[in-house]
Ligand binder design. Structure first.
Ligand SMILES: [Zn+2]
Length: 300
């Protein structure tokens, strides 16, 4: 076995996508052979040859051999962004039932947009709402980003394509995956993420208190109401690519808006806080934003 064969075997993921005129093409869309002006590696930008023989799975190979790692992952990430920009729509997880999808059609959509001090993969706009979309192939949204998203109340979902790296999906097949079927979670609703990780056990949390209030805003020349519930979430010892928790203990306090519902407020007033409760969520349009709202709280 020569060195080249060894390295090829080490590199388990064969490249199914190439960069062609600034966009990503799947191997099924191209004819066999080499066209030096056409196909480039999405990662290292070197020339690719389309290998469409009878024995091995059709794939792109680097023309001048280089040990290029992660080209398939880079291609998938780029293609997913392209699909979102082209289709201008996405399905978001229902807060109550993360398996359920709610479709959003964007008026406008851009990639690599700066939001506060973050660069997000894709930002979609519709009816004055904004939704940030992050595509996970190798890197999940890191904790610094999560912290900014929650502090600035940016609506963000993460679409997880990490299990599709070897799936060899055509553009059409990947379109359904990106728009609708791939796993996706809200980044700005921490409880839902915890639930997904713990296999949807429940929305059970320790509630610390709640407040329901109203007032008059001179600035907006209108009445306003606010109702919030405060819950504890364990601080997790969780590492990512560029973030390491060296030590931690205890809980973080998280605020959720609660439904403007007199019965619910009366019920909450009778609770002996702190107490263990089950929360029920709904996604609501508030002003021009989609936010999770607590619609019911029950003692457990
Ligand atoms: Zn390459």
């Amino acid at each position: 076995m020569n060195d080249k064969t060894k390295l090829e075997l080490q590199n388990e993921v064969e490249l199914k996508y190439a960069l062609f005129k600034n966009s990503i093409v799947h191997i099924s869309e191209v004819s066999s052979g080499l066209n030096l002006n056409n196909y480039r590696c999405p990662k290292c930008n070197s020339f690719l040859i389309a290998k469409k023989g009878d024995i091995r799975i059709h794939h792109f190979a680097h023309y001048n051999y280089e040990n290029c790692q992660g080209a398939q992952e880079t291609a998938l990430h780029k293609l997913a962004k392209e699909i979102l920009l082209q289709e201008k729509m996405v399905a978001i997880p229902d807060i109550n039932n993360p398996e359920q999808r709610v479709f959003i059609e964007f008026d406008e959509i851009k990639q690599e947009v700066r939001v506060f001090n973050l660069i997000v993969d894709v930002l979609g706009y519709w009816n004055n709402n904004e939704l940030a979309i992050e595509i996970k192939v190798t890197h999940e949204v890191d904790l610094r980003k999560i912290a900014v998203v929650r502090e600035k109340e940016i609506d963000m979902i993460e679409i997880d394509l990490s299990s599709y790296v070897n799936a060899n999906l055509s553009r059409d097949e990947l379109t359904t995956v990106v728009i609708e079927t791939a796993p996706r979670v809200w980044i700005n609703t921490p409880i839902i993420q915890v639930i997904e990780e713990e296999n949807k056990m429940s929305n059970n949390v320790k509630a610390m208190g709640f407040i329901s209030a109203y007032g008059y805003s001179r600035k907006n020349n209108s009445n306003f109401e606010m109702s919030n519930i405060y819950v504890m979430q364990p601080i997790e010892k969780k590492a990512s690519q560029n973030f390491t928790v060296t030590a931690c203990a205890g809980y973080d306090l998280i605020k959720f808006e609660i439904d403007d519902n007199r019965d619910l407020h009366d019920k909450l007033e009778r609770f002996d806080f702190p107490c263990d409760v089950a929360l029920t969520f709904d996604i609501r349009l508030k002003g021009n934003k989609t936010i999770p709202i607590v619609t019911d709280v029950n003692l457990i």
